[in-house]
Design a protein around this ligand. Structure first.
Ligand SMILES: [Ca+2]
Length: 317
C-alpha cells in the first residue's frame, strides 16, 4: 500500500492544468485534479521508481489511446445565477495506452458558454484515470437552449449536452433555494468561499475551499447571517443545513454549532427553528408552514476552530 500511495503522489505532482483564457469568475477557485487507478490495476504492477524514470523518458511524447470521461450524461446550467457559482461537472480521461505517457484532452464548449479550462493534460500510466472538476459559466446574454461540451482526445470525442434553462424553469427537485440569490453578512477575502455556494446544489464538503461553501469574514464575531431569496412568496416548512464536515475538518471542530432559522414573512424576519449544540454535518429543521419570500440562517457559534461560520449548503422546502 505504501508503494501505491507514493506512486499516487508522484502521479499527482505531474498533473498540469491549463485554464482557458476567456475564463474570469472561477479563475480564483482552487482547481484540483486527481489520478486514480482503474480497478484492473494491481498494486504490485506499480513501481514508483520506474515511474519516475518513465516520467523523464516519455515527457512530451503524446499518447494515442485515451478515453474521455464525464461524470454526467448532461449538464444543466441555470441562467442568471451568480457568476461566482457556475455549473460544475466532473471530467477526465482514462489511459488505455500500452505504457505510461503524457496524456492530453481538449475541452471545448459552444459559445457564449465558457469553461474553466481548455485542456487537461497529465502524465498518465496505463489503466489510470485523471479526474478534474470543470466549471461552465453561462453569460447573462445566453439564450435558453441546448449547447454542447466536447471532450476531445486524439482518438475520441465525448459530447455532453449542456441545457441552459431560466431559473423559473429549473427542475429544483423541491429545493426552493437552489441557485437562488444569496446575500451574506460578510464575504471572506478569499474568493473560494462565495455566499452563492450555499445554494449551488452541491452538499458535499469534499473539496472545501474549492468554491463549494461559504466561510464568513469575521472570525470570533457573531452573529453571521446568510439569506436566500426565494424569488417570490413560497410556503416553506423545512430547512436542511450542511456545515463543513470532512475527515480532516470534522463538524465537531469546524462546523456550525448554534443557529436560528428565520423566514421572511410580510417583510419581517421570523425565527421558525433553532439549533443548539450541533456537532453533525447536516441538520434538518422542520417547522409549521409559513409563506416566506426568503430564508436566512443566523449563525451564533461554531465548534471552536477559528470560530468562523462555514456552511456548505442550505436547502429550503
Ligand atoms: Ca454548496
Amino acid at each position: 500500500m505504501r508503494h501505491l500511495a507514493a506512486a499516487l503522489t508522484v502521479a499527482t505532482a505531474a498533473v498540469t492544468l491549463t485554464t482557458g483564457a476567456a475564463w474570469n469568475p472561477a479563475a480564483t477557485h482552487t482547481e484540483r485534479a486527481t489520478v486514480t487507478p482503474a480497478a484492473a490495476l494491481t498494486e504490485t504492477a506499480w513501481n514508483p521508481a520506474a515511474t519516475a524514470r518513465n516520467l523523464a523518458a516519455t515527457a512530451g511524447k503524446p499518447s494515442g489511446d485515451l478515453t474521455p470521461i464525464a461524470g454526467a450524461d448532461r449538464l444543466v446550467a441555470a441562467l442568471g445565477v451568480d457568476p461566482a457559482c457556475p455549473a460544475k461537472i466532473e471530467i477526465g480521461m482514462r489511459s488505455d495506452a500500452g505504457k505510461p505517457a503524457y496524456a492530453t484532452m481538449d475541452v471545448e464548449v459552444d459559445p457564449p458558454l465558457t469553461a474553466s479550462r481548455s485542456m487537461l493534460t497529465s502524465y498518465l500510466p496505463p489503466g489510470y484515470e485523471l479526474g478534474a472538476k470543470l466549471l461552465v459559466a453561462v453569460p447573462p446574454e445566453t439564450s435558453e437552449g441546448t449547447y454542447e461540451l466536447r471532450l476531445r482526445t486524439r482518438a475520441k470525442t465525448l459530447k455532453v449536452p449542456v441545457d441552459v434553462v431560466p431559473l423559473d424553469k429549473l427542475d429544483n427537485g423541491g429545493n426552493l433555494a437552489l441557485h437562488r440569490p444569496v446575500t451574506a453578512s460578510s464575504q471572506h477575502t478569499n474568493a473560494n468561499y462565495p455566499p452563492c455556494s450555499v445554494a449551488d446544489g452541491d452538499t458535499s464538503s469534499n473539496g472545501w475551499a474549492g468554491g463549494n461553501g461559504w466561510n464568513d469574514a469575521t472570525g470570533r464575531s457573531w452573529p453571521d447571517t446568510v439569506a436566500v431569496a426565494l424569488g417570490g412568496p413560497e410556503q416553506v416548512s423545512r430547512v436542511d443545513l450542511y456545515t463543513l464536515d470532512t475527515e480532516r475538518y470534522p463538524a465537531s471542530r469546524h462546523g456550525l454549532r448554534d443557529w436560528d432559522v428565520q423566514a421572511q414573512v410580510d417583510g419581517e424576519w421570523r425565527t421558525v427553528a433553532q439549533v443548539r449544540g450541533n456537532t453533525a454535518g447536516n441538520v434538518r429543521s422542520d417547522f409549521s408552514p409559513v409563506t416566506a419570500d426568503a430564508v436566512r440562517i443566523v449563525a451564533l457559534a461554531s465548534n471552536g476552530a477559528n470560530d468562523y461560520t462555514r456552511i456548505i449548503e442550505v436547502e429550503v422546502r
